[in-house]
Design a protein. Structure first.
Length: 763
């Protein structure tokens, strides 16, 4: 393993800085009291609000709420849920205050009330951080009639509409002048701590705006007319994609400059962002570039989708990898039933909310409850978060200002989702990544999402890189991967990894063919092969034969036992289910093929279920055994994508085996015992912190869940980093102190039972 016990010097610097920041997070009040006694009248300078506000609340105000909004009742709820900041509707589509802009329409039932002002004063009186919430994503008929040239138009000159509103053009005066004017007005009049906007990025990727502003600006930038249709193989269309991304960054910077100039240096503007990379692609929101500019990320990620609860922790780690671990990521958690179906006025089951938020904590995300409407008839939702928020307050010092301990890097890029995934990013990019992350989670292997541009930065902390169908890679990214392996790091790659350049164009061979020890026989890529993409949506009756122990034409009981360690769980079978298809590959002499493809044959009627072609030379799994490079596994069979779709245990087990082998078993954590557990390990100020989230539930795969199922006992071993001692550990949820004897550098202890989660502090 490559330096797991010793993190990089930059990480040591981070922890030193985080110690100072933590005064504003966990011990600011105590520090202030001590300073007051020592030097009366002097108190330590507080960190900016975006470094210290850990718990948030938001009531998304409806127009009907305005006359009867009970500010005092909500103040009591703020206190009961221990929030440190609130997000309050200010303006955009409608105004909740008396605006000087005549087209800034007042909320329908607002009358003469200044509701934003009332709530601002209440928040100030309670010592809370106040964010003014905007929605700049649409306008009504009157506004459109007054400024038709401010709005997005299709190729026929018709206005785009969404949510019953006209959609403003991202390149027009609406975003250049009008929204900055509103931000200035609110900042100067009410002095909020900052601003946010969850519809800030304009028209999505599925639509091209042909208004005069877009036509002029694109010609100035590209020297050409706007593309007339979506065509990923067109250079003009690609320029439009890049130009559209750049424009959203310009809007981010414009809004942030405006609010800081009008409201002070810490009055930052921060637009809300999705937890889905394909969602960010659809909105032209470049996560890496946004995080390079953001003081915090407000995460609009309200409920689980196909990835289960564990996707929330994975999302937190992915964003922290871009943003930094010294910054905060509050996440909007819907207390109503969000997702499919959506019922905004009835309460989500408490276990569903609880597990989503606990996975957020495990991934370094901060809690933020969210209601729609100030007058709730289903009052069950109000009881849901109080105990969770109180637990967070009591244990907050262990939940921020820490760094992940993981030797597995799961590599991703938004570029791969855009230019390889294109219009099928869910199929080609998200499913492989989700399947791999689920396999690692089920195997209780801590991992860290790593952006493809940041491999060099993280390389010293990792033993293995995992590339789940990471097809689109730049030459620089390829070089970073190659250097990692040449220095002894392991590699697991699947599907069409490295087969395309950054534009999704097919290379003549895998860009990492020398590492894979395998080469294309025929040129081509799924990025331009519509027929192959269609086959990916289907489950075919195909298999993978464990080689070289073929039993074609022999009795099925004849199975050799001396199989490679990655196949050690499959000693009693010659076949593994697959479900996909594979191209022919040429394999280098030093490589070993462990699985081969069995083509499709009838599944019905039973009399027809026999292999027409029981053996082929088409590789499904290749191990490159060439020294002195690190261990390399290439899995052309996209079992990661299949695992996300089919949830077959064989697929998940093989994926985990490959990662363990490529990492040479240099993993920092072992957890034995029953249940589906998601495990996350961190270091902080001379101690290790282990989060275990118990996902064992009959409703984990099909939500919402309504019951929690305890598991245990769990036998846990944690690799101690140099200079750290075991002896005993503290379990923060159960409140117990446990013996943790140290054996050969590993601290060992047992948890008798875990209901929803446990957080263990070592050291």
């Amino acid at each position: 393993m490559m330096n797991l016990p010793e993190r990089k010097s930059s990480r040591r610097s981070f922890l030193k800085q985080a110690t100072l920041v933590s005064l504003g997070v966990a011990g600011l009040e105590r520090a202030g009291e001590a300073a007051e006694k020592k030097s009366p009248g002097k108190r330590p300078v507080q960190p900016a609000w975006y470094r210290r506000a850990l718990r948030w609340g938001q009531t998304n105000i409806t127009e009907r709420d305005a006359p009867g909004y009970d500010v005092q009742w909500w103040r009591g709820y703020w206190k009961a849920t221990e929030v440190q900041g609130v997000i309050v509707n200010a303006g955009g589509i409608v105004a909740y205050y008396p605006s000087r802009f005549p087209l800034h329409r007042r909320a329908q039932f607002l009358g003469e009330r200044d509701l934003f002002g009332d709530l601002s004063r209440a928040a100030r009186a309670q010592g809370l951080v106040l964010l003014a919430r905007m929605d700049s994503g649409g306008a009504g008929e009157e506004f459109f009639a007054a400024h038709r040239d401010w709005f997005a138009l299709d190729v026929e000159g018709n206005p785009y509409r969404g949510r019953g509103l006209y959609i403003p053009c991202i390149n027009g005066p609406y975003y250049e002048e009008y929204i900055p004017g509103l931000l200035q007005e609110i900042a100067q009049r009410y002095r909020p701590d900052g601003f946010t906007d969850n519809s800030w990025s304009g028209l999505g990727r599925d639509s091209i705006c042909y208004c005069v502003n877009c036509a002029r600006k694109f010609r100035e930038r590209a020297g050409q007319d706007l593309p007339r249709r979506h065509d990923w193989d067109s250079a003009v269309y690609r320029q439009w994609i890049q130009w559209s991304y750049a424009r959203r960054i310009e809007i981010w910077e414009l809004n942030d400059r405006t609010t800081r100039a009008a409201g002070g240096p810490d009055c930052v503007w921060t637009g809300m962002n999705s937890g889905s990379i394909s969602g960010q692609c659809q909105s032209f929101r470049d996560y890496k570039e946004i995080c390079a500019r953001a003081e915090l990320v407000l995460l609009d990620h309200q409920a689980r989708g196909e990835g289960g609860f564990q996707q929330n922790a994975a999302t937190g780690k992915l964003i922290h990898g871009l943003l930094g671990w010294d910054k905060l990521i509050p996440e909007s958690t819907a207390l109503y039933q969000a997702g499919h179906p959506t019922f905004r006025l009835t309460a989500k089951p408490e276990p569903e909310v609880r597990m989503w938020m606990l996975e957020a904590f495990a991934g370094g995300i901060q809690p933020w409850w969210h209601h729609v409407g100030a007058q709730q008839e289903d009052r069950r939702a109000f009881r849901t978060v109080e105990p969770i928020m109180r637990w967070h307050l009591a244990n907050q010092e262990y939940l921020v200002n820490r760094l992940p301990v993981a030797s597995v890097g799961l590599v991703w890029s938004q570029q791969n989702a855009d230019f390889y995934g294109r219009d099928d990013a869910e199929l080609l990019v998200e499913q492989p990544a989700r399947g791999m992350s689920q396999a690692l989670s089920r195997a209780r292997i801590p991992y860290l999402p790593v952006h493809a541009d940041h491999i060099e930065r993280e390389a010293g902390n990792l033993s293995v890189l995992v590339l789940p169908n990471l097809a689109a890679l730049t030459e620089r990214q390829l070089a970073s991967i190659r250097r990692f392996v040449e220095r002894g790091g392991g590699l697991v790659a699947t599907g069409e990894t490295s087969l395309c350049n950054e534009w999704g164009e097919a290379r003549s061979d895998f860009g990492l063919a020398d590492l894979f020890g395998a080469h294309l026989v025929e040129k081509g890529s799924a990025a331009t092969d519509a027929a192959r993409r269609r086959t990916l949506t289907q489950t075919q009756h195909t298999y993978l034969r464990i080689a070289p122990e073929s039993n074609a034409g022999k009795t099925l009981t004849s199975v050799r036992k001396n199989r490679h360690v990655v196949l050690g769980d499959f000693r009693d079978t010659n076949l593994l289910p697959f479900g996909g298809s594979l191209p022919s590959l040429q394999v280098d002499a030093q490589s070993e093929v462990l699985l081969t493809f069995v083509p499709a044959f009838p599944v019905y009627p039973p009399e027809s279920v026999w292999m027409r072609e029981p053996e082929t030379a088409i590789p499904g799994l290749v191990l490159n055994l060439r020294a002195p490079i690190g261990r390399v596994a290439f899995l052309p069979a996209d079992l990661d994508r299949r695992f996300a779709r089919d949830n077959l245990p064989d697929h998940g087990q093989l994926l985990a085996n490959l990662v363990r082998w490529a990492a040479n078993e240099e993993l920092p954590l072992r957890v034995e015992g029953p249940g589906l557990l998601d495990c996350h390990l961190y270091q902080q100020f001379g101690r290790l912190i282990l989060h275990i989230v118990n996902l064992t539930s009959a409703g984990n795969g099909r939500g919402p869940i309504s019951e929690l199922i305890p598991v245990g006992p769990l036998r846990i071993s944690i690799k101690l980093q140099r200079g750290r001692r075991g002896g005993e550990v503290r379990a923060l949820v159960s409140g117990r102190t446990l013996a943790a004897p140290v054996n050969d550098g590993w601290a060992n202890f047992e948890l008798k039972t875990v209901l929803d989660h446990e957080v263990v502090v070592v050291g």
